[in-house]
Write a protein that binds this ligand. Structure first.
Ligand SMILES: [Mg+2]
Length: 215
C-alpha cells in the first residue's frame, strides 16, 4: 500500500480539521466512470458490446457473453488493470457527478477526506491527473487498499468494502451503480444507499449531527 500526502499547494493550503470525521472516498465508479471504460476495453478485445446494457454484477467474467466467448478471469483481470493506466481516458473523462468537487470541498472544511482505492500504485499519476483536472484535492491518497475498514464514513460502490467498514463500526455510503444494484443492504443499518453526491452529503450531515449531538 502506498500513502501519499497531497502537497499543500495542490489542496489550496487547507489542512485537515482536527475534530471532524475521517471520510474515505473511493475513486472508481464513485468519482471516475470506470465501468464505462472497462466496457470499451471488453469491446475492443473480444468484440462484446456491453455499452447499452445494465450489468448487475462486478464479476464480468460471469456475464453470459463473456462466458460464451471463453474469457477467463485472468484475461479479464489484465483489462481491469489496463483500464487504470490509460492516460488518454483520465485526461478526458467526465465526472460521474458534476456536483462532487464542490461537495468534497465543503466536506473538507469540516472533515478529513482520504481518497482510497484498490488500484495499484502505478495508477497514481493517472488518478491524480483526473482529480486535478476536476479540482478534487483530498487530504490524502491511499492506493493498493484491498480492505477499507476503519473510516467514520466510507463512500464506495463495492458492497464488500461498504459492508466491512459498517460491520467494523463505521457508516458506509453505498454509491449506486448498475453493478451493485442487486445488493440488499436492508440488513445493514449502517449502510446508506445513495444515487448522487448531493444525497451522500445529506447522509454525511445527518451522521455528523448525531455524532456531535446536534440531531
Ligand atoms: Mg469503486
Amino acid at each position: 500500500m502506498v500513502r501519499t500526502r497531497v502537497p499543500a499547494g495542490k489542496r489550496r493550503g487547507r489542512p485537515a480539521p482536527k475534530d471532524g470525521m475521517t471520510i474515505g472516498v473511493d475513486f472508481d465508479d464513485v468519482l471516475y466512470p470506470y465501468h464505462h471504460y472497462l466496457k470499451q476495453r471488453i469491446r475492443a478485445r473480444w468484440g462484446i458490446d456491453l455499452s447499452g446494457e445494465r450489468v448487475t454484477t462486478f464479476y464480468y467474467e460471469h456475464h453470459p457473453s463473456l462466458v460464451a466467448r471463453g474469457v477467463t478471469r485472468e484475461a479479464l483481470w489484465a483489462e481491469i488493470q489496463g483500464a487504470w493506466l490509460v492516460a488518454e481516458d483520465h485526461a478526458h473523462a467526465a465526472l460521474l457527478d458534476p456536483d462532487a468537487p464542490k461537495i468534497l470541498e465543503d466536506l473538507q472544511r469540516r472533515h478529513r477526506v482520504v481518497l482510497i482505492s484498490a488500484r495499484s500504485t502505478n495508477a497514481l499519476p493517472f488518478l491524480e491527473s483526473f482529480l486535478e483536472r476536476h479540482a478534487i484535492r483530498p487530504h490524502e491518497i491511499q492506493l493498493g487498499r484491498q480492505e477499507k475498514r476503519g473510516f467514520d464514513v466510507l463512500v464506495d460502490d463495492f458492497p464488500k468494502h461498504v459492508e466491512e467498514n459498517a460491520v467494523a463500526g463505521g457508516h458506509s455510503i453505498l454509491y449506486t451503480s448498475d453493478e451493485n444494484s442487486n445488493f440488499d443492504e436492508s440488513r445493514l443499518p449502517r449502510v446508506h444507499r445513495v444515487h448522487s453526491w448531493r444525497e451522500a452529503s445529506q447522509v454525511i450531515e445527518r451522521i455528523d449531527a448525531r455524532r456531535t449531538g446536534h440531531a
